[in-house]
Ligand binder design. Sequence first.
Ligand SMILES: [Zn+2]
Length: 357
Amino acid sequence: MKTYNLKCTECGAVYDQNYTWPRCEKCGGLLEVEYDYDKLELSKNFRTEFIKQWKYRSFYPIGRKPITAGEGGTRLKGVGDGLFIKIEIDNPTKSFKDRGSTVEITKAMEFGFNRVVVASTGNMALSVSAYSEIAGIEAVTFVGSGANLNKIDMIRNKGGKVVQVDGDFNVAMNEAEKFAKSTGAFLVGDYLYRKEGQKGVFFEIMDQLGFNPPDYLFVPVGNATLISACYKALLELKKFSLIDKMPKIVGVQAVGAKPFVDYVKTGKLKKVSIDTNADAIAVGYPTYAKQAKEAIEKTGGEAVTVTDEEMLDAMDMIYRKAGVCAELAGASAFAAMIKHKIREGKSAVAVVSGGNI
Ligand SMILES: [Zn+2]
């Protein structure tokens, strides 16, 4: 078994590996996996192994054979001088969420659960349902009233059970937590194990660039788990001397759902109402806001917005350059990269996070 503890991000309370609830029982804060890095080792064939999600297994809190659908190994495609897109649509359920799901559902099996519950804007539940089906366990999803109906249909087709709540994503999250507590289901979603799995996107980007970090990394921000995972992944690569500098992390939100951008500017996190069609990043109150703010500030990055029209234009450009259909939110980071006008000689990567349309 690997050496790690679970630590509360608010009060610092420490829990052992067998504690299955994702929040601190003392203060309700999010728990975080804290490795003893001195005891972690890269896998033996690290330098020659194919680039895939589980190549970086040393950095995931898993001690058993993974439940996998072949996630990761997604393309990093050049789209101009020093500019790249990481095409997460290449994943089994067409979004980066599969990297979190493979770790979470493997963890559910390790703990011995036969049912998981998740709150989702769509893509996450789609992914969790697919991995639960592979593992042979039940998946229950809570979605907000603004959830994408096509995605709900797709979740049901994967055998997932869907409960639509009267309210937004944050209401769905509260309901999922209540359901987990009352039924004993394993709570998955934007919590510690998903965050660990999502680091895979950034391990791969750096690996594909020969561990020469770009100047900028553009990451879409909904609940802010991916951008927090980005920072943790980069810190880990630095700790293992695989990279020697940190890219500037740029968090991207829709103009019509920008609680995180406001938070970075004002230092106060306030819930906002949603006015965007980019459903996958339409979150009024991001769970990982604090960690995401740190990611931006510690790397000299920033938080920016793009309009739905700019995302539409970016979708079009992604299709022309890479032949894949991104969804609106999936094109947000690329839209921001174009808008940013990266100077000559500088390099940047934008994560194209999903393509469920
Ligand atoms: Zn606590």
